[in-house]
Design a protein around this ligand. Structure first.
Ligand SMILES: Cc1ncc(COP(=O)(O)O)c(C=O)c1O
Length: 369
C-alpha cells in the first residue's frame, strides 16, 4: 500500500530529536507562550523573510485573526477563490464580512488575476490569495491591484511554506502571511497549530493581543480577544521539523520531477494534465495533483492497486450548502468546477522511494492501456 503521505515514517527518521524536544518541554513545566514559541516565531519569520511571527492555534485562526487585526468586519467584502479549503472563506463569514469568489485559472489552480478586477466594489477591503498545493499565485499582479484599489492582502500559505515567488518566500508579500501546521502539511505539528507573519509592528502587536484575550499584561484586557495561543509542545516539535523543511521541500520537488518525467515518457501527457512549474516561482508540491477526465474511475483503479489518492476539493465553496445564502449557482465558476471534477492528488512525501513513484506511474499507465 502506498499512502498519500507517511507521518509514521517521518517520525521514525527524526524520533530522537522529537523525543528530546518533547521531553525538554515536559521537564521545564512550562507549557504556554514560553521560549519555544518565542524562538519558533522568530525562526519562521526569518525563514520567510518577514519581521514578525505570531504563533496561533491553527491556520484557520491565523486567517481569522489577521482579518480582525486589519480591521475587516461587518459589511466588508473580501475576495478569494471557491477552489480552496473552506477555512479560507469561513473566517470572512465569521467576522460578518462577505466572501466574494473569483474563479481560478487552470494553469496553476490559483485566483485568476485577469478576473480579479471585475470583483472589486466599494465594499472590497481585502484579497486572500491561496497558494494552492504549494504553487504560487501571481503576486506581482495581486500586489499591483491591491495598491491601485487600496486593498489589504492576506496570503493563505497553509499549503505553501517555503514556496518562492521571484526572490522572496510566500507570506512576505501580503500584509499578513498565514500558515497552517496541521499534521499533514509540509511543516506539520502533532496537533493543530498556525502562524501569521507580518512586517508591520502594529499588526503584530494587535495579533498578539487578539490571540491572548486582548491582554498584554496579566488580567488587563485592552480589546476583546480570544484564546488562540500556539502551545509550547507544538512549538518545540515544529522547531525540530523546521530544520528539515528545506530538505523535505527539495525532495518533494525532486519526486514531483520524477512523476512528471515518467508520465511524459509513458506518453500520458495526452491523458493527464500535469502540474506546471510557473516561471520565476518555486512550487513546493504540498500536493502533486493531476487532472484526468476519468478521475473517479482512475481513483478506484489505483485503490485496487494499493495506491492511495485524494481529491482536494470535490465541491467548490460556491456550491456548498453552507454558502447557499450567497446565491451562487452551478456554472458561475467554470474553471473551479472543472477542477473539482477532474483533480486528483497522487502520493508524494519526502520519505517515499523512487520505486514507489515508478509503481504509481506504472499503475496509472496500465489504467490507460
Ligand atoms: C488552503 C488552506 N487554508 C486554510 C487551512 C486551515 O488550516 P488549519 O487546518 O490549520 O486550521 C488549510 C488547512 O487545513 C488549508 O489547506
Amino acid at each position: 500500500m502506498i499512502p498519500l503521505l507517511d507521518l509514521k515514517k517521518q517520525y521514525q527518521n527524526i524520533k530522537k530529536e522529537i523525543d528530546e524536544a518533547i521531553q525538554s518541554v515536559l521537564d521545564s513545566g512550562f507549557f504556554i507562550l514560553g521560549d519555544n514559541v518565542k524562538h519558533f516565531e522568530s525562526e519562521v519569520a526569518s525563514f520567510i523573510g518577514a519581521k514578525f511571527g505570531i504563533g496561533v492555534a491553527s491556520g484557520t485562526d491565523a486567517l481569522e485573526l489577521s482579518l480582525r487585526a486589519l480591521g475587516i468586519g461587518e459589511g466588508d467584502e473580501v475576495i478569494t477563490t471557491p477552489f480552496t479549503f473552506i477555512a479560507t472563506a469561513e473566517v470572512i463569514s465569521l467576522l460578518g464580512a462577505t466572501p466574494v469568489f473569483c474563479d481560478i485559472n487552470l494553469e496553476d489552480y490559483n485566483i485568476d488575476t485577469e478576473k480579479l478586477g471585475t470583483k472589486i466594489t466599494k465594499k472590497t477591503k481585502a484579497i486572500i490569495p491561496v497558494h494552492l498545493y504549494g504553487q504560487t499565485c501571481n503576486m506581482d499582479k495581486i500586489c499591483r491591484i491591491s495598491k491601485e484599489f487600496n486593498l489589504k492582502i492576506i496570503e493563505d500559505c497553509a499549503q505553501a511554506i517555503g514556496a518562492e515567488y521571484g526572490s522572496r518566500r510566500l507570506g512576505a508579500y501580503g500584509d499578513c502571511g498565514c500558515y497552517s501546521f496541521f499534521p499533514t502539511k509540509n511543516l506539520g505539528a502533532y496537533g493543530d497549530a498556525g502562524m501569521v507573519v507580518t512586517d508591520s509592528e502594529d499588526i503584530a502587536y494587535n495579533l498578539r493581543l487578539l490571540r491572548a484575550h486582548g491582554s498584554s499584561k496579566k488580567y488587563m484586557h485592552s480589546i476583546i480577544g480570544r484564546n488562540s495561543r500556539l502551545d509550547e509542545l507544538q512549538a518545540a516539535i515544529l522547531r525540530v521539523k523546521l530544520k528539515h523543511l528545506a530538505d523535505w521541500n527539495k525532495t518533494r520537488i525532486r519526486y514531483a520531477g520524477f512523476y512528471t518525467e515518467d508520465f511524459k515518457k509513458q506518453g500520458l501527457e495526452e491523458k493527464l494534465v500535469l502540474p506546471r512549474q510557473v516561471e520565476g516561482s518555486l512550487h513546493i508540491y504540498h500536493l502533486y495533483c493531476v487532472r484526468s477526465r476519468e478521475r473517479d474511475r482512475l481513483k478506484e483503479f489505483l485503490q485496487t492497486k494499493g495506491v492511495c489518492t485524494a481529491i482536494h476539493y470535490p465541491l467548490g465553496l460556491h456550491l456548498q450548502e453552507a454558502y447557499k445564502n450567497l446565491g451562487y449557482k452551478k456554472g458561475d465558476f467554470p474553471n473551479s468546477e472543472l477542477a473539482t471534477s477532474e483533480i486528483i492528488a497522487l502520493p508524494l512525501y519526502p520519505e517515499m522511494s523512487r520505486e514507489q513513484v515508478e509503481y504509481v506511474v506504472k499503475c496509472v499507465s496500465s489504467f490507460y492501456k
